[in-house]
Write a protein that binds this ligand. Structure first.
Ligand code: ATP
Length: 357
């Protein structure tokens, strides 16, 4: 089922949680709504579900205005961060719940319910837990059961609000892969809310980046990562060194030094360059580059992170560079050593008028 969101606005008192949001999701996509805490992701999900009313705008499901359709008839399945499995019911009964609640004329027979529940438990690979109770399951297992329960009523849209948010990093990673695989089997249009950029980039077909109630960018993971539409998107999708300067041809001037950025910018504009740690090059102190000093070198598996502090006009700023742990350069670096910094690649964004330094 396709989902269209048109010019949605939602305020809570004076606070505008969603400010004229329009989106279009084709049927069968797995979409991540990504953004910092409080940016309006959950509110948008709740409006699509029909759990919350927008002040303005509308939601179309398969091209039809959904406002007239009650939540129950929207054929939407939910999974929340804090799964509400019924504690006093077995796994089997939890998954069967939605089917047993159907109006009598639509309700399948108990034999048919049992067949479907076992089919769903097979799908989430937990049939062996059918007789257990929620308290006897791990967090990851509970979320998979919550998903089976959401799928039981054959939703045409699946809405997941931080479904793995309460789980530890290793389980989250496993469940992400598993969700992707499940989606590839079922092709149900799915929206999932996350504030974890790695989760969004790894799992989704498309990512919607939100900030302050507005959509900053929509695109495939590769697009939003390599062609960020704004400084916010770039900064949110990975760690970055941020350096302010004045734009020139192919470089920005920072104090008396030039930082090569290979970006054509209008000259003389206040800009901010964003440089990923692996794109920050450490060069000898006698050449051109931004003056810095090595603070320490940390080796983490196959990668080394060099922490640096700025010198002279960059005093007080810190920088991170990342290079392979076997890079010969590392042997020559010692704490306190003066070096210079260049950018192998950088994204340059104009600094908005009135933005604080
Ligand atoms: P998080 O990742 O922290 O869950 P979110 O992006 O999902 O954040 P929302 O839950 O959509 O954010 O909330 C957006 C903003 O609207 C927040 O500032 C929140 O405090 C506010 N808000 C949400 N629901 C209500 C409500 N019922 N009454 C008042 N303010 C609300």
């Amino acid at each position: 089922m396709s989902i269209q969101v048109e010019n949605i606005r939602k305020a809570f008192g004076d606070f505008v949680a969603l400010d004229d949001v329009s989106l279009n999701f084709p049927s069968g996509e797995l979409v991540a709504l990504l953004g910092p805490s409080g940016c309006g992701k959950t509110t948008l999900l709740r409006i699509i579900a029909g759990l919350e009313q927008a002040d303005r705008g509308r939601v179309l499901l398969d091209g039809e205005d959904a406002s007239a359709t009650h939540v129950r008839e929207r054929q939407v399945g939910f999974v929340f961060q804090h799964y509400a499995l019924f504690r006093h019911m077995s796994v089997f009964d939890n998954v069967a719940f939605g089917l047993r609640m159907k109006p009598r004329r639509e309700r399948p027979s108990e034999a048919e319910i049992a067949r479907r529940v076992h089919e769903l438990l097979d799908l989430v690979q937990l049939n062996w837990l059918a007789d257990r109770f929620p308290a006897q399951l791990s967090g990851g297992q509970r979320q998979r059961i919550a998903l089976a329960r959401a799928l039981a009523v054959q939703p045409r849209v699946l809405l997941l609000d931080e479904p793995f948010g309460a789980l530890d990093a290793k389980v989250r990673k496993e469940l992400r892969r598993w969700l992707r695989k499940l989606h590839d089997e079922l092709h149900i249009t799915s929206l999932f809310v996350t504030h974890d950029q790695e989760e969004a980039l790894e799992v989704a077909d498309r990512v919607v980046l939100m900030n302050h109630g507005q959509v900053e960018q929509i695109g495939s993971p590769a697009e939003v990562y390599s062609q960020p539409a704004s400084a916010f998107v770039y900064g949110f999708l990975g760690s970055a060194n941020r350096i302010r300067g004045v734009s020139g041809p192919g470089a920005i001037a920072v104090g008396g030094q030039l930082l090569n950025t290979e970006h054509q910018q209008p000259h003389g504009q206040a800009v901010e360059a964003f440089i990923r740690p692996h794109e920050l090059a450490i060069v000898p102190d006698h050449g051109p580059g931004l003056p810095a000093r090595v603070q320490r070198v940390l080796t983490l598996g196959g990668l080394a992170r060099v922490e640096l502090e700025g010198r002279d006009e960059l005093a007080g700023q810190t920088f991170d560079a990342e290079l392979p742990a076997d890079a010969p350069l590392l042997q020559t670096l010692a704490a306190g050593q003066p070096v210079r910094l260049q950018a192998r690649a950088a994204r340059v964004f104009a600094v908005a008028q009135g933005a604080e330094a």
